[in-house]
Ligand binder design. Structure first.
Ligand code: UP5
Ligand code: MG
Length: 299
C-alpha cells in the first residue's frame, strides 16, 4: 500500500548529502570514535524532512481499516452500552494506535553487525529453524530502488552507493508494510529485522511506531575479515556498494553511527553477541544457543 501511495504522490527526490568520512584501518569498534558521518546541506535536510512528513502521513493512512495484531486493550465497562456511532468509530481509532503491533503478539529481533559480518547468512538459518520471517532492510531498499516508477529509486541508489543511511521514514514504512504483508499472508508473528536500526533515532522511532524489539543479535567481526568477504562477494553480487570505495564508507558509518546503537541496547541488557570470525556452521552453533534459550520449542 505504501508503494502504491508513493507512486501517486509525485514527491520530489531529495538531493542527498555526500559521505565525508573515510575509514581508518582498525579492527575493533569502541565508544571513543563518534563523529558526524556526513553534513547534509540545508536544502537536502528540508527535502528529507518534507519527504519524511509525507511518508509518515502515508504510513498512518495505510493502517486505517486493517485488522492486524495490536495491543490488547481492557474492555471498557460500558462497552455493551455504546451506541452504534461509537462502535463505528472504534476500528479507525484502533488502527491509528501506536505502536502498530503489540510486543506480546509480535516478536522482533534486530540483527545487527558490520557490513559483511554475516547477518543475512545467519538469518536464513534462523528462518529455516525457528519459523522467523527474515526482513533485510537493505534488501527492501534495493527492491524499492529497482521498482520501476519508484520516486525513491535515485535517492536510495545514491545513499547505498555512498554507504549512507537512507532517511528512516522510507525504511520504517517499507519494514512495517513487509511485516503486515507477512502477517496477512502467513499469520507470521516472529520477525528478524536484519541491518536495522543503523542510527539511534531509527531505533527509537521504530520501537515507538511499529513495535518494541525483544532482543538484539549482534554479529561481531573484525573489519579485515568483513572486507575480504565483501570483496569476494563483489566479484559476483552485482551490488553497487560491494567495491572498495563504498565498503570503506560503509565501515566508517557503521563505526561512527551504527555501533552506538548496539551500545545503547547493551545498556538495556538486550544484546546477544556472537563472534563471526569463524566458519558459518560454527557461528550458527553459537547463535542457536541463544535462540534455543529464547525461542526454543517450549517458549
Ligand atoms: N559469509 C558470511 N558469513 C561467513 C562466515 N562465517 N565465514 C565465511 N564467509 C561468510 O555475508 C557477506 C559475505 O560473507 C557473503 O558472501 C557470505 O557468503 C560470506 P552476508 O550474510 O551477506 O553479510 P551481511 O552482514 O548481511 O552483509 P551486508 O553486505 O548485507 O551488510 P550491510 O549491513 O552492509 O548491507 P545491507 O544490505 O544491510 O545495507 C546496505 C545499505 O543499505 C547500507 O549501507 C545503507 O546505505 C542502506 N541501508 C539503510 O540506509 N538503512 C537500513 O536500515 C539498512 C540499509
Ligand atoms: Mg545482508
Amino acid at each position: 500500500m505504501f508503494r502504491t501511495t508513493l507512486l501517486r504522490q509525485g514527491m520530489a527526490v531529495a538531493k542527498a548529502p555526500k559521505a565525508t568520512t573515510m575509514a581508518r584501518p582498525m579492527r575493533f569498534y569502541s565508544t571513543s570514535q563518534k563523529k558526524n558521518s556526513g553534513a547534509p546541506s540545508f536544502a537536502a535536510m528540508l527535502a528529507v524532512a518534507s519527504m519524511g512528513f509525507a511518508a509518515y502521513s502515508m504510513l498512518v493512512k495505510s493502517r486505517e481499516g486493517q485488522a492486524l495484531p495490536r495491543r490488547k486493550q481492557p474492555a471498557p465497562v460500558s462497552e455493551e452500552k455504546q451506541d452504534d456511532k461509537q462502535q463505528q468509530q472504534q476500528p479507525a481509532e484502533e488502527a491509528k494506535r501506536i505502536p502498530a503491533f503489540s510486543p506480546e503478539e509480535v516478536t522482533v529481533v534486530f540483527v545487527l553487525g558490520g557490513p559483511g559480518a554475516g547477518k543475512g547468512t545467519q538469518c536464513e538459518n534462523l528462518k529455516r529453524d525457528y519459523g522467523f520471517v527474515h526482513l533485510s532492510a537493505g534488501d527492501l531498499l534495493r527492491e524499492e530502488q529497482q521498482r520501476p516508477g519508484s520516486k525513491y529509486g535515485e535517492l536510495i541508489k545514491h545513499y547505498i552507493r555512498e554507504g549512507l543511511i537512507v532517511p528512516m521514514e522510507v525504511t520504517i514504512a517499507l519494514l512495517e508494510n513487509a511485516m503486515r504483508e507477512a502477517m496477512e499472508k502467513s499469520k507470521a508473528t516472529r520477525f528478524l529485522i536484519d541491518g536495522f536500526p543503523r542510527k539511534m533515532d531509527q531505533a527509537l522511532k521504530f520501537e515507538e511506531v511499529v513495535v518494541p524489539s525483544k532482543v538484539v543479535l549482534y554479529f561481531e567481526c573484525p573489519e579485515e575479515i568483513m572486507l575480504q568477504r565483501l570483496l569476494k562477494r563483489g566479484e559476483s553480487s552485482g551490488r553497487i556498494d560491494d567495491n572498495i570505495e563504498s565498503i570503506k564508507k560503509r565501515f566508517a558509518v557503521f563505526r561512527e553511527t551504527s555501533f552506538p546503537v548496539i551500545e545503547a541496547f547493551e545498556k538495556q541488557n538486550k544484546v546477544k553477541t556472537v563472534s563471526c570470525n569463524k566458519p558459518v556452521d560454527e557461528v550458527y552453533k553459537d547463535v542457536r544457543e541463544s535462540f534455543d534459550k529464547l525461542f526454543g520449542e517450549d517458549k
